[in-house]
Design a protein around this ligand. Structure first.
Ligand SMILES: [Zn+2]
Length: 105
């Protein structure tokens, strides 16, 4: 069944979209600026899990070492920290999180 042209954004429709396999879901490195991308021609949806994980870790680490900083300052410092990281460092730490993280889903 073809998808409606402008389906309502809902969790149920999101699950239908995922199950429809309209796009091949890829979990892989993209770059330091993109969390994800969708390619309509190649029918791929890519999620840059390494970047997402490392950014989250850095954010919480900065809370840990600077407990008196407000959220806005943490966000700015997180961006600055991650921007200075080298790609291989992001991949290394992202891979570590994936392997060592205690998964409770
Ligand atoms: Zn925060």
């Amino acid at each position: 069944m073809p998808e409606p042209k402008n389906p309502k954004a809902s969790v149920e429709n999101l699950k239908d979209f995922l199950n429809s396999k309209t796009f091949n879901l890829h979990i892989k490195w993209l770059n330091k600026r993109q969390y994800a991308e969708i390619d309509f021609e190649k029918k791929t949806l890519t999620i840059n899990i390494y970047f997402l994980l490392v950014e989250c870790l850095v954010h919480e680490y900065l809370h840990h070492i600077n407990p008196d900083w407000r959220e806005g300052k943490i966000e700015v410092a997180t961006d600055s920290f991650v921007n200075k990281m080298r790609v291989h460092e992001i991949k290394e730490i992202g891979t570590f999180i994936l392997k060592a993280g205690e998964w409770k889903i």
